[in-house]
Structure formats: C-alpha cells, structure tokens
Design a protein around this ligand. Structure first.
Ligand code: BTN
Length: 255
C-alpha cells in the first residue's frame, strides 16, 4: 500500500477486476482519457482500464484542469463499448457517480452526489467524472482524492479527500478494486435496470429540496430542486413550473 505519496502497486487491484475488465498502468500520461481514446480508436476492447501515476494535463468538465495528487489520488479511465443504444450512454456518468458513492459507503464514509456527477464528502468535492464519447465507444474518466491533503490554493476551499473526511489513510489499490467492481455492476444498469440505479442516485442526491442557482442552456437561474426525473434529469422549479434539465453548469446551493 502507498499510504502517502509513494508509488502504488495496482497489481493486486487488477487481480480482483471482474471479467472483462483489465488494467494498463502508465507512469505518466497527459490525460488518461486521451491515452485511452487513442487505444480505443486503435481497436481496444470493452473493459480496458487505464490508470496513470501522473497526469500532466488532467482534464475536468467544461475544459477545467483536474488536479490529482501524485501517489495520493486515483486518476483512471474505463473504455466501454455498451450494448445499449448510444442514446442511453450518458447514463454511464450517473452509473459512475453511484459507483463512487457506493465505494465510499463501503469504506464507511458518508458521500453525497451533486448532480450530475460530483461526489461530495462533507459538502466538498472528493471525486469527479468526465464522460467522453467516440465512434462506438465511451470513455469514463474518474478522479478520486484518496489520501490527498495538499491541494492547489485555487481549489483548497472546495476539494477534499477520503483521508481528510475519515482522518485516516486508505489503500488506493483497495479503493480502486472496489470502485471498478461497483462500476462494472452499475454500467450494466443503464438499460432495463436504470430505475434501480436512479433509486441509488436519489438516495444520495444532495440537491433535492435545496434552493440553488445554476446555469442552464437559457441562462443563469435561481430556484428549487425537486429531485431527479425518470431519465436522470434534474427537476428544477424556478417559479414557473417544473423544468427538466438534462444539462446545467455551476450548480450552487444557496444556503
Ligand atoms: C470533473 O469533475 O470536472 C471531472 C474530473 C475528471 C477527472 C478524471 S482524472 C482521470 C480522467 N482523465 C482526465 O483527464 N480526467 C479524468
């Protein structure tokens, strides 16, 4: 185990991956999503997981940079070639969010899911998901702060880790193995089993019942979140009736 900032041996985690998931480990890449995309375009099969000890250009949603503490955070991507119709593939991001939350539950933490796919511990962000599509494939990029305690100043107020939340160290390889196992199950639930995935999401949704400000396609709005709809959309009431949002940015709880 790498408790602090040493190099983690991910071999034991890979040995526990369910079929057909398998692992590629890189010392350094620009972004695991980009590296895996190149492999996908070259024909890599469903279930390939690429993890890197270091990302030089890790990316978050909306083009933001993603910080992953070296030796203290997980930064990896999963290649999926789902059997379900492509219209359902965006649900994989919710599947990944629920997998992260279930993994944190397993380690006795108390995660919340901030729709669409931020994972919170104590109202701070511990993990994020970047889902990107390609021709016949999807890449789910996942970043999880495991033992990180030092964050860059620009995110120090809003970021957290499993270690900060629990006050103890975690074995990154053990966390990784659990996370892949959960994601494998949830990724298979975007079709007929989606209602069950939605229940797991709704149970942990930190936005339900809250007043929020958010940026929707038609501008900045303020209103109340009523919950998550049957397709995974956010049900938003800005005073003029319920608006189902499939995409919204800068969602902030107004306390
Ligand atoms: C977000 O919350 O903005 C999404 C963050 C996603 C970060 C992960 S780290 C592994 C993968 N590679 C990347 O460049 N990004 C994702």
């Amino acid at each position: 185990m790498s408790g602090g900032s040493g190099t983690t041996d991910f071999g034991p985690a890979a040995a526990e991956f369910p079929e057909p998931f398998r692992l590629l480990v890189r010392e350094e890449v620009s972004s695991t999503n980009d590296e895996l995309r190149a492999l996908a375009c070259a024909g890599a099969a469903h279930g390939l997981v690429l993890i890197s000890h270091r990302q030089t250009a890790g990316r978050g949603r909306r083009g933001a940079a993603w910080f992953a503490g070296e030796g203290t955070a997980l930064a990896f991507s999963v290649l999926l070639r789902p059997e379900e119709p492509p219209g359902l593939w965006p649900r994989l991001s919710l599947a990944a969010g629920v997998a992260l939350a279930e993994t944190l539950d397993h380690f006795r933490l108390a995660p919340g899911l901030k729709w669409p796919n931020d994972v919170w511990l104590n109202r701070k962000k511990a993990a994020g998901i970047l889902l990107e599509g390609g021709d016949g494939f999807v890449i789910a990029g996942i970043g999880l702060n495991v033992n990180t305690i030092d964050f860059p100043p620009e995110i120090a107020e809003i970021a957290t880790s499993m270690r900060i939340s629990a006050g103890r160290l975690f074995d990154p390889a053990e966390v990784f193995a659990k996370l892949i196992a959960r994601f494998a199950v949830n990724a298979a639930m975007i079709g007929n089993d989606f209602p069950q995935l939605l229940s797991a999401l709704r149970e942990r949704c930190v936005l339900t019942g809250e007043r929020v400000s958010l940026r929707a396609a038609n501008g900045l709005k303020t209103g109340k979140i009523l919950g998550i709809g049957s397709h995974g959309e956010l049900l938003f009431d800005c005073g003029g009736g319920v608006e189902p949002l499939v995409q919204a940015d800068e969602v902030r709880i107004i306390s």
